[in-house]
Design a protein around this ligand. Structure first.
Ligand code: GLU
Ligand code: ZN
Length: 323
């Protein structure tokens, strides 16, 4: 169903606005392309707009050169964007997170004003030491060491470098994923109070992504199934900031032939290697077959898939393999 907004007395369909939000920490691999293609097809099949946002929050790992290569790879594959990118096309810029610090500061202050945050002085070692038995997937749950009994006092910590942490409620956060269906997540059990800004001043991905999607008018988020758990944190942040959460569609992670999920270190399936061995049509055909849009991996262009796109065809498994 198309979401609607009310404009005077008439109901008009909202333009779908999707986005691709890569971290420029390496060349794109087949898994990144899979999410990008599905996000692009989802908005293109409904006449929507596509935003390219550069998520370069991590100064140590982000490289301008990778951002340029990501743009070049998207163009080569025929995935065009209407807004964003390194040249900041559009009216909601800047589109690189490293240049949006003042915006995050503003929204962080709004959250601090709600009284739901507190300063946290824990080191990584403190957090590990007070942790309940480790989650099998390596996630760390904050045990609440700095959680104040009374109203937090930021002034007492002025001058001391500390992180800003957000209380999470002991209740289920509900949202519906377009692929995986209804989700209920209790953040107390999944992550505990989480960080919005680190002691070194770095912005948390969770805060940045929520603020950026809202400010850029994004109403549909398509990304890998590894971020399904982050979504509850983001829905909660939307609630605190008064934003309507976007629609979410998480898509299976792409695994290599050994069944391991691809990482930027898997060089064999990254774009520099793929582009020397295959044409753009070969790669798009392969991805389309993995997405259930065509029965065989026959070469085709991204545009040719627009009319074939349907979320119901996308596999509901957590991973899909490249054979
Ligand atoms: N920048 C994140 C990544 O590359 C994606 C975040 C998102 O799509 O919300 O993994
Ligand atoms: Zn702490």
């Amino acid at each position: 169903m198309t979401p609607h907004t009310t404009l005077s007395n008439q109901t008009v369909p909202t333009t779908p606005v999707g986005r691709y939000a890569p971290s420029p920490t390496g060349r794109m691999h087949l898994g990144n392309l899979y999410s990008a293609l599905l996000s692009w097809l989802s908005v293109r099949s409904r006449g929507g707009r596509w935003v390219l946002r550069i998520e370069d929050l991590d100064p140590q790992r982000s490289r301008m050169e990778y951002a340029r290569l990501i743009e070049d790879d998207l163009v080569w594959l025929g995935l065009d964007w209407d807004e964003g990118g390194l040249d900041d096309r559009g009216h909601h810029g800047p589109y690189s997170q490293s240049r949006r610090a003042n915006i995050y500061e503003d929204y962080l202050n709004r959250i601090i004003a709600t009284g739901y945050t507190y300063p946290c002085t824990c080191t990584r070692a403190d957090i590990m030491a007070t942790q309940a038995p480790h989650q099998s997937d390596g996630r760390v749950i904050y045990g609440g060491r700095c959680r104040p009994k009374r109203m937090p006092d930021f002034t007492a910590h002025a001058g001391i470098k500390c992180a800003t942490r957000l209380y999470v409620p002991d209740e289920e956060i509900l949202f519906t994923d377009r692929v995986y269906g209804p989700q209920r997540v209790n953040l107390t059990h999944e992550c505990g109070d989480f960080i919005l800004r680190r002691a070194d001043g770095a912005w948390a991905y969770q805060l940045a992504v929520v603020v950026d999607d809202a400010q850029m008018g994004v109403n549909e988020v398509v990304r890998g199934s590894d971020l399904l758990l982050s979504t509850a944190q983001q829905v909660y942040l939307c609630r605190l900031l008064g934003f309507t959460p976007p629609a979410y569609a998480h898509v299976p992670l792409v695994c290599n032939s050994e069944g391991r999920r691809l990482s930027k270190r898997d060089l064999s399936l990254n774009m520099s290697e793929l582009r020397t061995r295959y044409s753009a049509r070969d790669i798009i055909g392969k991805l389309a077959c993995m997405a259930g849009l065509i029965p065989e991996p026959s070469p085709c262009t991204a545009s040719e898939l627009i009319q074939l796109f349907d979320w119901d065809k996308v596999p509901k498994s957590m991973t899909v393999c490249v054979e």
